[in-house]
Structures are given as C-alpha cells and as structure tokens.
Design a protein around this ligand. Structure first.
Ligand code: GLC
Length: 703
C-alpha cells in the first residue's frame, strides 16, 4: 500500500442519503477509484451500495472494500422506541433483541457499521441528546452498553444479521455546560472514571468494535485531541483494541476549539492523540502522508491504525463479499419485518411509564362509546419516530389516534389538535373544547416534536412548548376525566400538569408501533412496567438533577434552613429515578441482610418479601442500592447496584433475594484507582430511588 492509500483507509466521507453535520456532501466516486476513501457514512440501499463497492473493488488499484456506516440508533426500517424510552424497560434481553433486529434490517441493505450505542450519561434535560442515551445512571448505562453491543454485533461480525457497533461519545458529552449542545464539559477525572466511562468499559468488555470520541472538550482538552483519554485510559486502562472513529468533522473543528492553527496541525494532533478514522473533514487524507515525510507522525502508527481498520473489514467479511448478501433484501426484510413490528410493539409497551393515575382511572374500559383525542400529537406519526429515525417512514408508523381507533372500533372518536405543537396560537382551543362536549374521557396528547430533541436541539425551557399549557388548562376546566400522553425526547417540567391531570403517561417517542402499544396500555391489555431512567425535574432550574448525588456538608433536608435546598422549590424531583406505576399494587415487607459481615471475594446477600395487593397480576421492578457511609472519598447517598423484575399474581407474595459481590463495592479512590475500603455500608431496596420508599439494612466489610 502506498502512504496515500494507507491514509485513504483512514478517511471516511459522507454519502448522499442524509446529512448529519455541517458542510456539503462530497463527490466520492473518483476518490474511491484513487484509493483515497476507506469508508462512507449515511449510506444504505442495495443499488447504491453495489455501485460504490464495485468502484472500490474493480476500479481502484488495491480493490479494498469500503466500510459502509450509518446511525442505526433505534431501528432501521422498523423504528423502535428512542434509547431513553427503551431504557425505561430495564430489560437487557429486549435491548439486545431490538439491536439485533435493527442490525438484520440494516445489514440487509449494505450497512456494516452503526454509530451506536450512544452511552452518554445525561442529567440535564436541557441537552437535546438525552433522548439518544441511557439516562442518568452509570450501572444502567453499563447494562445497556453491553446488551446493545451484543445485539448489534451478534456472535460473529461476519453474520448477515450483524453490524459492527460504535460506543459513543467518549467522554462526558452529557455534561456540557448548561445543557448547551457542543459546549465544554468540565468534570473531574474522578467523575469521568466513576460516572461517564464505565458504560464504555462495559461495551468494550462486550467486544464493541469501535469508539467515537465526543465533540466537547473536557477541561480544555477536546476529546478528539485527548491522548490521555484516547490512549492511556481507552487503550491502556480499558483495554480497547478496536477502531477510534472521530465524530463528524471533529478533526477540522479542532481549529474552532483553538488547539490547532490549520488542518495539517489538526490532523497531526488528532492522529497522534489516538484517532484512527477522520470522519468527513478530509484532514487525514491530505495531511498524513506529508506528516510522515516531515517526521510529525510515525509510519508505524499509521500502519497500526490501517491494520485495525482492515482487520475490522475482514471480521465483517467484506473482503469475501461486501455486497448485501440477501438476494432481495426487501423480501427477506419483509418476512422478518412482521416479527420486528411485534417486537417494536412490545418494546413500546415496556417503554411507556405510568407517571400518575388518580383514583385508578386507568385502565379505561373498552365499553367506552365517546372519546376525544385532543392535542398536536394525537395523530402525528412523524413525532412518534423521534430523532435518528434512519430509514423509518412515518407512513408506516401507527399514530395514537390510529392505535385507539383500532382498539375501539365502535367508539366514537373526536380528533382535533387544538393548538400547534410550537406556535403560541390559541385560536383553535374553543373548537377543541367543542369536540370534548360529548366525550366520556379526554386523551390530551402533548409534548415535543421530533426536532425538539436529538443533536443540536438543546432547550432553555423544558416545559410544554407553544400554547399547549393554555389548551391543557382549558381542557382541565371542563371537569371531565383527562389522561395526558406526553410525547417527548426529554422529561418535561410541568408541575401544573401533573397536579391537574387525572393520569399522565410518559410515552416518549415510541417508534413504528406507538399507537398500538399505547392502546394496549390504555385499555389494560398490558399492565405498564416502564420505570424512569432519569430523575424527572420540577423545573429547568434544578438541572442537572440526579439521585446519586453526594451528601455535601449540609445535606438536603426539607424545612431545614441551613441545608442544600432551594428557597423557591423543593430540591427533590417531580418523579424519582425508577418511578413508574402499575395497575397492580406492590408492597415490600421484611427486608433482611443475611450477611452482616462480608470479606473480599464474598457476597452481600439480602432478601425481601414482595406482595401484590392489586386486583391483577403485574410485574414489579425492585432496585437495590448501596451507600458507603464513610470512605476516603465522599460517596453518593445512593448507588444502584442491581435490579430485579418479578411477576406476581393478584394477592401473591414472593421472597426475592439479591446477591452483590463484594468487589462491586469498590470505587475510584484518592489515587484514581479502583479501591475497596473496610467499613459500614447500608443496602436498600425500593421501587424507585425515592428515599421515602426504601427499606434499609446494613453490613460491615472487613479486609
Ligand atoms: C453526528 C453525531 C454522531 C453521529 C455522526 C454521524 O454529528 O454527533 O453521534 O454518529 O455525526 O452521523
């Protein structure tokens, strides 16, 4: 390989299907012929894939196949709930299944690598990309990272149902200042190691093929130029051996960061910091050959990077056959698409969180004869897809209205938006009220459009946009039962709504089967099981808000003046991490710790009796937390260490046991190494992180 051909393997160019960053789509054919392109992104579809691969194989000197990539974030043709929504399922098997289904559909159309899972811990709902990630908790995010990697990659990357996965965005992108997109993230190395990086470690342990550094800087060092994190931490400490792919144009944007004076310096800095592939900035292809000649970059390092890229292509089977393997992907996908749609319906059911349900209004009776569906999202299929919906199409998406109409074919449905999703126009509210006149129950469908979350979609106000509050209050004033469905990419701060609505469902952005899944929950075919992967803020002023905070010197104590509180609002969330109601009613009895003293290599064993006092069977979710009471570093007041889901029939009681290996009590010590310290611990079980609902035991660790 010539030096330029080697640089070509490190050059990724955006194709034509979608634009996911600044700048124009480049012409690629001639560059492929010249061996100046190793991979393309935003490409899928048999015809185009065959066309570009044929140029690479038959018209370039070396005939090296292209690595074709796309953001398959929550589905390809069949769209699953957004990652934040799907996190509510606390179901690793489901996460793996939906990733596998997405991989099958995307690989059938020639995609070989996805830029997913996104594993950015997010605690600030102003940041639009919270929707793409695993929520606020490190333990949960690590489970998701491992499950999604397994799901996308399968047992062998060479399978026609596998995609190479990319864990992104390496490091602390969710900590951007003030929730503002692309802003700096100033987190301590301890917080980085303790909160933001463990999900990546889990994905790496599961064999993730690629890592994408984040756009942001951390304490002044842009991740794309952060050798300490991309080499010392990622390669040495976490043992990553795969490919590091920059984010879109991020190498060139080192000039904007002010750490490189021109594209040549940016290329040298990024490459020497550990970036293997330059996405769309054309910096590597134009600079690396010269940089080697000038001794600024070592040929040995170039060869190592190129070897990693070629090895990935080989694992994907691209040298054997880079073309879509299925003779007619549409038929193959069609056969499986029915399976995928029922999986999408199940995923959507498990993603819905029942936030409030006054007087057990839900589930609704199917004997209803008159329903009003009001609001901008009552019949908006596009909004159900959320951001990064890839090749998903709204015309194949079931809206709420369609789902309810299918479930209750004989019920009279009134449908009117009443207000626009965003505009302040209240002129149609009177018509909406008219439509409710005969309704026995009103379904009020509020929230955000798909464009109001995702990349480059931070908001300073995380309430219901436009005139939605005016509509809601007019509807509430009718004095009829009102159920609110919240379509959104983030938790919406709206205490006024939770106070007045009779029931509220967080329906997020549920994907292709949104309407059917909603109807399944509304009318009781399915008992809701979704639990919040985030702390739901009362107001944007609380951001960032999360349950596993440190106590501080004056812990939060409601009513205590000199404590960590606000003078104008409670410091607690509207709904705690893990919150989610069921149509059953679970109670926790007799929590006991069977191991009052544990040692290295042992396990903490606890047990709790769980009872279903409700009128129907249901699934309870139990969260197990610990607290390290005294350590060399201040520890969080709660740390999630495990989740158990238990199905109980009406009136059934069950003894639930939980075991925690002592090594799981380790934390990032003063020297930033994993540290285990003797002392007293508390262990909790609850149905959320709400302190009022936790049962507590304690044990001692001796070393
Ligand atoms: C975008 C996103 C990244 C995505 C990439 C390719 O800017 O930051 O998550 O994978 O570009 O679309």
């Amino acid at each position: 390989m010539t030096l330029e051909e080697k640089a070509g393997q490190l050059n990724m160019v955006a194709s034509f299907r979608a634009v996911t960053g600044p700048g124009e789509i480049q012409e690629v054919d001639e560059s492929i012929r010249l061996g100046r392109v190793g991979s393309l992104l935003n490409i899928w579809g048999r015809e185009e894939v065959v066309r570009v691969q044929r140029i690479a194989l038959e018209e370039s000197r070396l005939g090296i196949p292209l690595l074709l990539c796309h953001d398959i974030i929550h589905g390809h043709r069949t769209i699953f709930p957004t990652p934040l929504a799907e996190a509510c399922s606390f179901n690793p098997a489901l996460w793996e299944q939906t990733a596998h289904a997405a991989a099958q559909e995307a690989r059938a159309e020639g995609v070989a690598l996805t830029f997913a899972p996104m594993l950015d811990i997010a605690r600030d709902a102003r940041w639009g990309r919270m929707v793409e990630g695993p929520g606020e908790d490190t333990w949960l995010a690590a489970q998701i990272g491992a499950a999604k990697t397994r799901g996308f990659q399968g047992k062998d990357l060479n399978f026609t149902t596998s995609l190479a996965a990319t864990a992104k965005h390496f490091g602390a992108y969710g900590a951007v200042t003030a929730g503002r997109e692309y802003a700096s993230a100033d987190v301590s190395e301890r917080t980085l190691l303790e909160v933001y990086l463990p999900p990546f470690a889990a994905a790496i342990a599961a064999g993730v093929a690629a890592i994408m550094p984040a756009f942001n800087d951390i304490a002044g060092l842009p991740m794309t130029a952060n050798a300490h994190l991309l080499k010392d931490i990622l390669r040495q400490r976490l043992g990553f051996k795969g490919v590091v792919i920059s984010d879109y144009n991020a190498v060139a944007e080192l000039l904007n960061h002010g750490v490189a004076q021109d594209l040549f310096e940016a290329a040298v800095l990024a490459f020497n910091s550990g970036v293997d592939i330059d996405m769309t900035s054309n910096a590597f292809i134009n600079a690396l050959p010269l940089a080697v000649d000038r001794g600024r970059v070592s040929l040995h390092e170039i060869d190592s990077s190129v070897r990693r890229v070629l090895h990935l292509k080989e694992r994907l089977g691209l040298f054997d056959n880079p073309y879509p393997r299925d003779p007619s992907p549409s038929k193959i996908v069609k056969k499986d698409q029915d399976l995928h749609r029922s999986l999408a319906r199940q995923a959507a059911q498990e993603s819905i969180v029942l936030l409030t349900n006054k007087d057990q209004l839900l589930p609704l009776q199917e004997t209803l004869t008159h329903l009003a569906m009001i609001g901008p999202f009552a019949d908006d299929a596009a909004a159900m897809l959320g951001s990064w919906a890839s090749a998903g199409h709204e015309e194949k998406t079931v809206s709420f209205f369609e789902g309810v109409r299918t479930a209750l074919p004989n019920c009279h449905l009134e449908l009117i938006a009443g207000v626009d999703a965003i505009k302040e126009d209240i002129s149609e509210i009177s018509h909406a009220l008219e439509a409710c006149r005969e309704a026995q129950v009103i379904l009020l469908c509020l929230g955000e459009t798909a464009e109001m979350s995702g990349e480059a979609a931070s908001r300073t106000d995380i309430g219901a946009p436009g005139a939605q509050r005016a509509l809601a209050e007019a509807i509430f004033n009718l004095g009829k039962p009102v159920i609110v469905l919240l379509t959104s990419g983030r938790p919406l701060a709206a205490p006024w709504l939770f106070e007045r609505a009779d029931a509220v469902l967080a329906t997020w952005q549920l994907g292709s089967e949104a309407g059917h899944a909603l109807a399944d929950i509304l009318f009781g075919a399915v008992n809701p099981t979704g639990r919040l992967p985030i702390s739901w803020p009362r107001a944007v002023g609380q951001a960032p808000i999360y349950y596993n905070q440190r106590a501080t010197g004056r812990p939060t104590e409601i009513g205590v003046h000199y404590s960590s509180c606000y003078i104008d609002m409670l410091a607690t969330p509207q709904f705690p991490f893990g919150h989610g109601l069921s149509y059953s009613l679970f109670s926790l009895l007799e929590f006991s710790c069977l191991t009052p003293l544990v040692k290295r290599g042992g396990c903490v064993e606890v047990g709790v009796r769980l009872r279903n006092n409700g009128s129907r069977s249901g699934e309870a979710t139990l969260f197990f937390f610990i607290r390290d009471l005294v350590a060399s570093v201040a520890r969080p007041v709660l740390e999630l260490k495990g989740v158990k889901k238990v199905i109980l029939a009406q009136g059934q009681e069950e003894q639930v046991s939980f075991s925690l290996a002592v090594e799981e009590l380790a934390f990032i010590g003063r020297e930033l190494d994993m540290t285990l310290e003797a002392g007293r611990f508390e262990i909790f079980v609850g149905q959320s992180a709400d302190p009022a609902g936790l049962l507590k035991q304690s044990f001692d660790l001796s070393l």
